[in-house]
Design a protein around this ligand. Structure first.
Ligand SMILES: Cc1cc2nc3c(=O)[nH]c(=O)nc-3n(C[C@H](O)[C@H](O)[C@H](O)COP(=O)(O)OP(=O)(O)OC[C@H]3O[C@@H](n4cnc5c(N)ncnc54)[C@H](O)[C@@H]3O)c2cc1C
Length: 392
């Protein structure tokens, strides 16, 4: 940043939230040549880590603590990023450009990014339920799974399904209680939901669907009933919030010099020409990186079709899209016998795809969606049709 006199001003960037988005914002700032101070404040005691392991390898014991971190400590030093772990911001100080921490300390800033992520939605009336969002939650859950006893899981969303799979693999007796007719029904639809239900049951999960009242549960209970964007700081600061902090494709909020990135945002998504909110690790990283670059003066918006994965047993699911509604599906491969992919279309336009152990199809579909290339249901369903032909 250059001061009016032509001398370099001491510019300071503050990032609130030490998850993958905050980490990527800091890296993006440096990547675009920002040479002022970069301070990353995170409420968790750990430096930024890879949260998706918490419902998969960390529970199974295949991913140890040392492998959770997003980058080694020396890399933050090399990049000149000051990471303040275990500190919570309680006021962004948008007017005075000075944020206030819970400890009473204050941090001035010239440019700010909010990357406060999301928190697990709590289930009213079940005080003793466990939730899975942060490392200490996973540690408690891992202890339960290591014991090999019984576990009740409420909700057959991604967290519920992944935890159920890990618990079964650890020898637990697992009951899953889901209010809807299939696991992951809203995101994946009936066909794939039905397939997943069969898989979980085949692995020994007592899967109860269409549940309207929960039975008596004496043992440990894990609730995976969705998450909510942590928007309270932005709301108190008077920023525009609509089920997420509203940002444009450059990550700009409604206040000058205030940006936001990651799970907490509802952002302009050019491939779908609409504003979306997603909770995906890679989107948090890639959008965060782009926003960090913009904070340093770059002008390229984040412009990618969101993508995520989920691992359950030996099934790797990959999904491209933003959870938009659909009115037609097509399937490539034998639905129910991996590898296969289900495509979701709305008024003839491809809006999402979910593949099981079908990495190549998903990678190609992603490129087709990114290019906004027209594709018919017949082409999608035909395994002999190379989707890359649409890109020429
Ligand atoms: C168990 C689990 C499994 C997942 N698995 C997958 C998966 O398989 N694939 C996938 O794509 N996605 C997965 N996700 C989602 C993915 O982890 C998130 O999309 C991603 O972590 C979002 O990154 P973020 O930085 O925006 O937010 P977060 O990861 O939520 O990080 C936000 C950080 O900000 C901190 N913070 C909040 N408020 C303050 C404050 N006031 N002051 C300071 N710090 C603050 C929080 O403590 C937190 O550390 C999973 C999530 C969970 C919980």
């Amino acid at each position: 940043m250059v001061a009016a006199s032509g001398q370099r001003a001491v510019a300071k960037a503050l990032i609130v939230g030490g998850g993958p988005a905050g980490d990527a914002v800091a890296a993006g700032l440096r990547d675009a040549g920002f040479d002022g101070e970069v301070v990353l404040v995170g409420a968790e005691p750990e430096p930024p880590y890879e949260r998706p392991h918490l419902s998969k390898g960390y529970l199974l014991g295949t991913v140890p603590d040392q492998r959770l971190g997003l980058r080694p400590a020396e890399q933050y030093r090399e990049l000149g990023i000051e990471v303040r772990q275990g500190e919570r911001v309680i006021d962004l100080g948008v007017e005075r450009r000075t944020a206030v921490l819970e400890s009473g300390r204050a941090i001035s800033w010239d440019v700010l990014c909010i990357a406060t992520g999301s928190s697990a939605r709590s289930l009213p009336g079940l005080d003793r339920a466990l939730y899975l969002r942060e490392l200490p939650d996973a540690l408690v859950l891992r202890g339960i799974l290591d014991g090999g006893g019984a576990l009740d899981v409420i909700g057959a969303g991604f967290i519920g399904c992944e935890v159920a799979a890990a618990a079964i693999q650890k020898g637990c007796k697992v009951r899953v209680h889901e209010a809807l007719a299939q696991p992951l029904l809203r995101v994946l639809g009936d066909e794939l939901g039905n397939y997943l239900a069969r898989e979980h049951r085949a692995h020994g999960v007592d899967l109860r669907l269409n549940v309207s009242a929960l039975p008596k549960m004496d043992g440990p209970v894990l609730a995976g009933v969705g998450s909510e964007p942590r928007t309270h700081l932005a709301e108190s600061a008077g920023l525009v919030v609509d089920r997420g902090i509203v940002v444009d494709g450059l990550g700009r909020t409604s206040a000058p010099n205030v940006f936001a990135a990651g799970d907490v945002t509802r952002f302009d998504c050019p491939p779908f020409e609409m504003r979306v909110r997603v909770e995906h690790f890679q989107t948090a990283q890639r959008q965060g990186f782009a926003v960090g670059r913009v904070m340093a003066g770059a002008t390229e918006p984040y412009n990618e079709v969101p993508w995520f994965w989920s691992d359950q047993y030996d099934l790797n699911m990959q999904y491209v899209g933003a959870g938009l509604p659909w009115d037609q599906i097509a399937a490539r491969g034998h639905l129910g016998r991996p590898p296969f992919t289900v495509f979701y279309l709305q008024q003839g336009r491809l809006v999402a795809a979910a593949g099981i152990n079908d990495h190549h199809t998903i990678a190609r579909t992603r490129r087709v969606m990114q290019a906004r290339a027209a594709v018919t249901p017949d082409q999608l369903a035909d395994p002999a049709f190379d989707l890359r032909r649409l890109l020429r």
